[in-house]
Design a protein around this ligand. Structure first.
Ligand SMILES: [Zn+2]
Length: 393
């Protein structure tokens, strides 16, 4: 459901922030309903300039809050060495795509709780600014107006917008903290069970079951809302229930798989003698003797002691002007991105969701001293999974 077209909005510290086509639906719907509401609050037509400007500002403020929430997760993950490929907004909020799963309950907890903490900070900030601008009484009034859909309440537009932002983020906070895995609250619950039992798969199964219970509750509540005439909220809640159910089911199914390959390490299945390019040779030589000969899109580059220097992609080598190929060294061109290599004692199951493994088709494996010990391919991971599945039948 996340596939299809996505549009890049901007980058934050190398993280691509993009929107899915479904996001435009919710964005325009929000502007439409909010200009109506601001029109009523200000006693103006909803097509007048002020209600429309406030509606656009509210929608931008709301999605800005969601991006900040996801960046909270993203920065917590990056601090723990988990790469973030992108943050995508879609009809149900935001998703920060991580290159791999957490490797400890503490990491899982910190990454899961970071988003809600950012949202809490936004609620406090919006309330503080609103209260400072209008006083406690009027801000409280604006909040009640916002929540009860009163009309012509006589509060200023900006205060009314701040009240709405505080209220909607408070809703996002509470909703996200429900233990409905894979939502944040469910991830926090999983981290606790994982911490208490020391068993990640068991924790995931418990959290996923709880997530599915919530999913059915959301679907049921959505249908009730739908029956009572609240079509938008009903459909939205029922669909979110279905998305949660799908995510929880997928996670539970994956634990069945990882149970079987629980003690297989990368070193057990990798190719131990990959073709490597010595870092000291020239780009010209690398093109002639490696890229043209083997026709592979990339090679690992190593130094004399077989220390891993990085990855050389064919495109990078091709970009070097022909006149300087003989004089430029391969080691200056390598990509030493942390996400391209892993320790060879990493459990194989932690690679199942690895985005770089999918993109490149392989990852470099290094030993404890940083020497290249092998290359692990998607095919090898797939074969190990099939063997494990066959062995357990
Ligand atoms: Zn979150």
């Amino acid at each position: 459901m996340l596939g299809g077209g996505s549009f890049t909005l901007f980058h934050v510290r190398g993280i691509r922030i993009s929107v899915d086509w479904s996001w435009f639906l919710i964005f325009f719907f929000l502007i439409l309903t909010m200009s109506q509401r601001f029109g009523e609050t200000l006693g103006e037509s909803s097509t007048a300039a002020a209600p429309f400007a406030l509606a656009v500002a509210s929608a931008v403020g709301f999605f800005g809050s969601i991006v900040l929430h996801e960046l909270g997760h993203a920065f917590a993950a990056l601090r723990k060495g988990i790469g973030i490929s992108s943050i995508q907004l879609w009809i149900f909020g935001g998703v920060a795509r991580m290159d791999r799963e957490s490797d400890s309950p503490a990491t899982e907890f910190e990454v899961a709780v970071a988003g809600p903490l950012v949202t809490l900070a936004i609620v406090i900030l919006a309330s503080a600014i609103g209260t400072a601008a209008a006083g406690v009484g009027e801000f409280g009034h604006a909040l009640r107006v916002g929540l009860e859909f009163h009309t012509a309440a006589g509060v200023s537009g900006i205060v009314s917008m701040l009240a709405w932002l505080a209220a909607i983020n408070a809703f996002v906070l509470v909703f996200n903290l429900l233990p409905a895995f894979p939502m944040d609250g469910g991830r926090i619950a999983r981290s606790f069970i994982w911490w208490r039992t020391g068993n990640r798969n068991l924790a995931t199964r418990y959290a996923a079951n709880l997530g599915r219970v919530f999913a059915y509750l959301f679907i049921g509540a959505g249908l009730l809302l739908l029956a009572s005439g609240d079509i938008f909220s009903g459909v939205w809640l029922a669909l979110i229930g279905m998305v949660i159910n799908g995510g929880a089911r997928g996670a539970a199914m994956q634990t069945a798989l990882t149970d079987r390959i629980g003690d297989v390490l990368v070193a057990d299945v990798m190719d131990r003698e990959p073709v490597t390019i010595p870092g000291e040779i020239s780009v010209e030589k690398a093109l002639d003797e490696y890229f043209l000969r083997y026709r592979w899109p990339w090679f690992p580059v190593v130094d004399a002691a077989h220390g891993f220097l990085g990855l050389l992609e064919r495109d990078r080598a091709d970009e070097v002007p022909e006149v300087s190929r003989a004089s430029s060294s391969v080691s200056d061109l390598v990509d030493h991105d942390r996400a391209l290599f892993i320790r060879d004692d990493t459990p194989l199951d932690s690679l199942l969701n690895n985005q770089n493994l999918r993109r490149l088709g392989a990852l470099m494996a290094v030993d404890a001293d940083g020497r290249l010990s092998g290359v692990i391919t998607v095919e090898q991971v797939g074969r190990a999974l099939r063997d494990a599945a066959a062995a357990s039948n």
